[in-house]
Ligand binder design. Structure first.
Ligand code: ADP
Length: 256
């Protein structure tokens, strides 16, 4: 990346809950253009690390940099503006909305500003909505779920929901996406579709990904490098082949 120090650089990051260090001095880099996997036994601190990087949680200490700029503790919407996104499960209140409507919500649709403008320029709103709907349909086509556009989000399968989460990142100009486990409870066919979408977003649109994942086949197909966390810090980093042979990693998994 521009500064030769990783697109994302995490330095001595710590997040404590009470006296417990969920993230305990983590140091890592995510290079631009990679699909980086973050793995490790349950309780290793992966989700907490994601949440700190994405501004959902404030760190207890340490720094996070993006392209060399200190972004530590910035709120999610500011990071969103820089193209740093963390995917989230579709919240309950959005499950009765359609898939297309869920996508149209993303670029800050429901702000006070929009409500105000509704008063002063209904026409412009209507044309913006049409543009948004078009964009949503393009996204759905890219993800090969255009047939689900009018389905309620709550009716989607686990894998289809993951595709919709990915779709939400495509409604804005994402640069790096932090993606929570896609493998859990998703059938092979859909998992391959999700994998294809991630690879295409990476290759065709230049997305960088950091994914928390447990499915080794999925990681082997998509991810390089693999970063292993245990007990709140980074234990090892390498290709999946290197990681599988690493004694410390094997021990960390056996220890749980
Ligand atoms: P992973 O994603 O690797 O499974 P987590 O980041 O979810 O790990 O959790 C790391 C540790 O921090 C776990 O022991 C978990 O119980 C603890 N933890 C996570 N969030 C909180 C919280 N809000 N309050 C207290 N403990 C937490």
């Amino acid at each position: 990346s521009r500064w030769g120090q990783g697109m994302i650089q995490v330095e001595n990051l710590r997040k404590s809950f009470g006296g417990f260090h969920a993230v305990d001095g983590a140091n890592l880099r995510i290079e631009e253009g990679t699909i980086t996997a973050l793995i490790g036994p349950n309780g290793a601190g992966k989700t907490t690390l994601f949440n700190v990087i994405a501004g959902v949680l404030k760190p207890s200490s340490g720094r996070v940099y993006m392209d060399g700029e200190d972004i530590t503790g910035l709120p999610p919407h500011t990071l969103f503006g820089k193209g740093l996104l963390r995917t989230f499960q579709i919240a309950h209140e959005f499950s009765s909305m359609t898939v297309r409507e869920n996508l149209m919500m993303v670029p800050g649709g429901q702000t006070g500003e929009t409500l105000w403008r509704t008063w002063i320029d209904r026409r412009r709103i209507a044309s913006e909505e049409r543009a948004l709907a078009r964009k949503a349909d393009e996204v759905l086509e890219f993800l090969t779920i255009d047939h689900l556009a009018d389905e309620r989000a709550g009716n989607l399968s686990g894998g289809q929901k993951k595709l919709l989460e990915l779709g939400r990142t495509m409604m804005v100009d994402a640069r790096i996406v932090f993606l929570d486990e896609v493998g859990a409870g998703v059938n092979r066919t859909l998992l391959n579709t999700i994998g294809d979408a991630i690879i295409r977003l990476n290759k065709e649109r230049g997305y960088t990904f950091c994914v928390i994942e447990h499915d080794m086949d999925f990681i082997a197909r998509l991810c390089d490098p693999v970063i292993v966390m245990a007990e709140g810090h980074v234990l090892a980093e390498g290709t999946i082949e290197e990681i599988k042979k690493n004694e410390q990693v094997i021990e960390a998994y056996l220890g749980t």
